[in-house]
Design a protein around this ligand. Structure first.
Ligand SMILES: Nc1ncnc2c1ncn2[C@@H]1O[C@H](COP(=O)(O)OP(=O)(O)O)[C@@H](O)[C@H]1O
Ligand SMILES: [Mg+2]
Length: 275
């Protein structure tokens, strides 16, 4: 009787645990569905706000003061759009609907696309953006849009967290078994204590918040997920003098099958996922 009792108790406990896990899964799914819908709904009015401010800013009827206000409005709407897009992407990731379209390609294309997109932002802050890539193709297997997101996020952070007049170096190189993308900046840097937490959802350092109150704190979480999808690694560390070094490594494809043409040339990911 005792044995049967223990057995029953065991299976009841197990059943309760399974029910709890199921309930949690359903709740998580409901949560990410809710975020997806809310973010989607926000995008339309936000686009209108952005567009209106943009139009206002370029109009001729404004004096300088009004134009400045319109610019700030446009900037705030842009920031909001980045945050909404981040939420959307994170919800998609948690939904398990993120797919990796892996193809053989040249990682130099990724660097080129990401830095082209962000050149203007660097210029605006008088930050020099130096890009160096090898003379020969860096062939690996990767999802081009995802890797562009990775590079964009790292360079975008470097620009955001580097004061006026600083400099950023973006370097692509190949090692024994990996391709390495390194973004070095002369910005506010990160503390050793923070470096483990930077990839957590919503984490933003106090320094970063002081410098820029707006931000989703989701960019590096997205970066980590994308890099994991490529079986790669990503880390951020303080640069020796001041500033930050971000390093992504993904495995190189070996063997002759990898040496075939370049990846389909790049549509940028519509500015999604920069934060
Ligand atoms: N290049 C950098 N220099 C200094 N701090 C950085 C840099 N990149 C990331 N960080 C830190 O990591 C945090 C998380 O980055 P991220 O996920 O992109 O969020 P966000 O940019 O929205 O703050 C930032 O808030 C900042 O504290
Ligand atoms: Mg960011």
């Amino acid at each position: 009787v005792l044995i049967i009792g223990v057995f029953l108790l065991g299976s009841v406990t197990k059943e309760v645990r399974i029910q709890k896990e199921l309930a949690k899964l359903t709740l998580d799914k409901a949560k990410s569905e809710f975020v997806t819908i809310a973010a989607h709904q926000l995008r339309t009015p936000l686009s209108a706000v952005r567009w209106s401010f943009g139009l206002l800013r370029t109009g001729s009827s404004l004096d300088n003061n009004d134009r400045d206000i319109a610019s700030k409005g446009a900037q705030a709407a842009d920031n909001m759009m980045y945050i909404v897009n981040d939420l959307l992407n994170v919800a998609r990731m948690e939904h398990g609907t993120i797919q990796f379209d892996m193809a053989d390609g040249d990682l130099r294309d990724v660097v080129r696309i990401a830095t082209d997109v962000l050149n203007e932002a660097a210029k605006k802050k008088s930050i020099s953006l130096r890009v160096s890539v090898p003379d020969t193709p860096v062939m690996t297997r990767f999802d081009q849009d995802k890797m562009v997101m990775v590079a964009e996020n790292l360079v975008d952070n470097a620009i955001k967290y580097t004061p006026q007049g600083g400099s950023i170096a973006v370097e692509l190189s190949t090692g024994e078994a990996t391709a390495r993308l390194r973004v070095t900046d002369t910005g506010i840097g990160i503390s050793r204590g923070d470096s483990a937490r930077l990839f957590e959802r919503f984490f933003r350092s106090d320094r970063a918040k002081r410098m820029l109150p707006d931000g989703s704190g989701l960019g590096l979480y997205i970066v980590k997920t994308m890099v994991d999808g490529h079986k790669g690694t990503v880390r951020l560390e303080p640069a020796p003098q001041s500033g930050t070094i971000a390093t992504v490594e993904i495995p190189l494809v070996h063997g002759p099958s990898s040496v075939s043409g370049t990846a389909v040339s790049g549509s940028s990911p519509q500015g999604i996922l920069r934060t």
